[in-house]
Structures are given as structure tokens and as C-alpha cells.
Design a protein around this ligand. Structure first.
Ligand SMILES: [Zn+2]
Length: 229
């Protein structure tokens, strides 16, 4: 019987600590940006980088198409790749934050959450990022996350379109098709320009880049402009 009570307490704590804050932010929190709110203006965003193996090809592709994008970086990766961060910003793209180490906030305590935000904010400011745009990994947050979002003046930006570009079975064509099927006139598209350390398949960003090479002209033909936050 005790085991049952214990189990019930654990489940309740998890619901209050993790599930409710995550769904509150995903569904109800009006300060979380989930669409551009402007007709035919869409955003292209990339999570998990930077990764030197892919970023240069991706930046070339964006440049060839005259598209500006937002890169939600893992702060530890950004810290190790300062020149890449500089190159991205110099090309007119935005740099946002995708947590310190890409851990799942639902599973972490107050003290890790505090460290996560403190270290991230320090690293991003050190890199010259002024306005802190924040996208938590998987959109997962815990009961302490929003306190730190406010403390560091961060703006949370989620997404409404993904293309499962991290999967081993993804191909340029599958990514292209999903982007065209799922993008609406106010969409925020979330793709991945890195991610082997955060659940993505080996080499997946190559498919992402080739999928985008196909999709960007078609999205433009539909009348969509790519904007920054
Ligand atoms: Zn991620």
C-alpha cells in the first residue's frame, strides 16, 4: 500500500513540476511566441548548433536565397565556436538560446535550472547577443523555468512546423514535402543544423540543407517572406 502512495506522490510531483508548466507554456502562455502573427511572413529557425561541419554550407544556402534565419544555439556549443557565432551574426542572422547543455528541463531540479539559465545568459552576453530569444529543448520547461525567463528578460519563441529532419529515415524530399504541406502563412519553422549529441541521426543536417534547397524557392513562390523575430 505504501508503495502505491509513494508512486502517487511521485506522479503528482512530476505533474506539478514538469507536465503542467510545459503544457502551460506550449498552449496557454500568451507571452510565448508560437507564430509570426503576420500574414505571409514566416520564420526559419534552427536548433542545436552550431556545428562546424554543416553551418558553412547552410549559411551559403541562406545567402544564395537571400533568407535570414534565427539560430537557437546550445550555449556550450556556441561558447566553443565563437568564430562561427560571429560569422552568423555578421551575415545578418539572429542568434537565440537553446539552453546551456540541451538537457530536458522536465527532469531537473531548481539548482540545475538556475545554473542552466545563469551560464547560458553569461555565455550569450559574452558572445555579444543582446536580446535573449529562448527556445527550451523539446519545448520542455519546469516550474522554475519562467522565473528565470523573466529574470533574464528572455523572449520565448516556439514553433508550429517541424519536418522530422533529425530522423535517420529523413531525406531531402521528405523534408521538402513536409515543409510545403505544413507551413501556413504565419508559421515558425523549426529545423536542426546539428544534433548528434541531442538525439539527431548522424549526418542529418545534410538532409536538412538539401531539403531546404528544394523548399525555399517553393515557399517563396507561395508568397511567403522570411522574417526575423
Ligand atoms: Zn534541440
Amino acid at each position: 500500500m505504501y508503495i502505491l502512495y509513494l508512486l502517487l506522490v511521485v506522479v503528482l510531483v512530476f505533474v506539478i513540476h514538469s507536465i503542467l508548466p510545459t503544457y502551460y507554456n506550449k498552449i496557454f502562455n500568451r507571452s510565448v511566441v508560437k507564430s509570426t502573427g503576420q500574414d505571409n511572413k514566416i520564420m526559419l529557425t534552427f536548433d542545436d548548433g552550431p556545428d562546424e561541419r554543416y553551418i558553412h554550407d547552410l549559411l551559403d544556402l541562406l545567402d544564395e536565397n537571400g533568407v535570414k534565419a534565427t539560430f537557437f544555439m546550445v550555449a556550450e556549443n556556441a561558447h566553443k565556436n565563437r568564430e562561427i557565432v560571429d560569422k552568423i551574426m555578421a551575415a545578418g542572422h539572429r542568434v537565440g538560446l537553446h539552453s546551456w547543455q540541451h538537457k530536458n528541463a522536465m527532469l531537473y531540479s531548481y539548482s540545475y535550472t538556475r545554473q542552466d539559465f545563469e551560464n547560458s545568459a553569461r555565455i550569450m552576453r559574452d558572445l555579444g547577443v543582446e536580446e535573449l530569444l529562448y527556445r527550451p529543448p523539446w519545448g520542455h520547461t519546469n516550474i522554475f523555468s519562467n522565473h528565470f525567463v523573466r529574470k533574464y528578460g528572455m523572449k520565448m519563441i516556439y514553433w508550429d512546423v517541424m519536418a522530422e529532419d533529425w530522423e535517420a529515415k529523413a531525406s531531402p524530399e521528405s523534408i521538402r514535402q513536409k515543409l510545403l504541406d505544413r507551413t501556413s502563412p504565419t508559421s515558425i519553422i523549426c529545423l536542426h543544423d546539428a544534433g548528434e549529441n541531442s538525439g539527431g541521426a548522424k549526418g542529418a543536417p545534410k538532409n536538412t540543407i538539401e531539403g531546404l534547397r528544394l523548399a525555399i524557392p517553393e515557399l517563396k513562390d507561395k508568397g511567403y517572406d522570411f522574417i526575423l523575430p
